[in-house]
Design a protein around this ligand. Structure first.
Ligand code: DC
Length: 233
């Protein structure tokens, strides 16, 4: 694996946006890209997950858009990368592991579909990207949050491949689940994320599609780095 940092002046201060469906490898890819480029990594899905976790704890319904948006506007969500792990906290509490539980995963699509929730989150995300030198990933970073990003990537992979990646991740985290459960969850979330009214997952104009089904994570990072170097030359 190459972990040498790229110090080319032409690669400084850019915005790289990566979107794709659940399990397409966005998070790992974006985190590794950010490390290679010396950029900040912004996991926008983690923001929606942190909000969902916070709301569930406070018995705020995932269907209550205005109440959720009020939290999204007022409650600070913070990121910190420590020894290659991205810690997420909301209102000062570390929720890195809690935001990956099946309960949060079950409700996050509903929470993230509210127009007013998205408006509050997008404003926060743009603020974080103001200075550039950022790799943002999610569902709408190439279409809505940073439509003028310097490089836009759309990651894809087969449902089976994405489900087995998720199964591996969750098993490592000590969460018990099956391949069938993960496949069903991925199909349900694809459907929800791609067909919702506000900011559905879709390929942005000018985005490059990278199908990662048969790629290793290192392979896909190398591939995208070479793509970035060609685009920004
Ligand atoms: O990438 P993920 O599985 O952690 O994302 C969690 C959920 O958040 C996903 O079901 C869709 C939603 N999401 C979104 O609506 N917009 C984003 N930019 C990122 C995630």
């Amino acid at each position: 694996m190459h972990d040498i940092k790229l110090n080319l002046p032409r690669l400084k201060g850019k915005i790289i946006a990566v979107d794709g469906p659940a399990g397409s490898g966005k998070s790992t890819t974006a985190r590794m890209l950010a490390a290679r480029l010396g950029y900040v990594y912004l996991d926008t899905g983690a923001m929606y997950r942190a909000l969902t976790h916070f709301a569930l704890k406070r018995k705020i319904s995932p269907s209550d858009g205005p109440a959720l948006a009020a939290i999204a506007e007022k409650v600070p969500i913070e990121f910190e990368t420590h020894e290659n792990v991205n810690r997420v906290s909301i209102n000062g509490k570390d929720v890195t592991n809690e935001i990956r539980t099946p309960e949060v995963t079950r409700h996050v699509s509903e929470v993230s579909a509210h127009k007013e929730v998205r408006k509050a989150m997008v404003a926060k995300q743009r603020e974080m990207g103001k200075k550039g030198s950022i790799v943002a990933e999610g569902r709408d970073t190439t279409t809505v949050v940073f439509p003028h990003a310097d490089v836009k990537i759309f990651l894809s992979a087969s449902v089976k491949e994405r489900a087995s990646r998720r199964l591996l991740d969750l098993t490592k985290m000590g969460i018990s689940t099956t391949l069938e459960e993960q496949e069903a969850d991925i199909i349900r979330r694809d459907e929800h994320d791609s067909n919702r009214e506000h900011s559905p997952l879709k390929k942005a104009p000018g985005a490059f599609t990278v199908d990662t089904t048969d790629m290793t994570i290192e392979g896909q990072v190398d591939f995208i780095i070479s793509l970035i170097r060609q685009i920004l030359k």
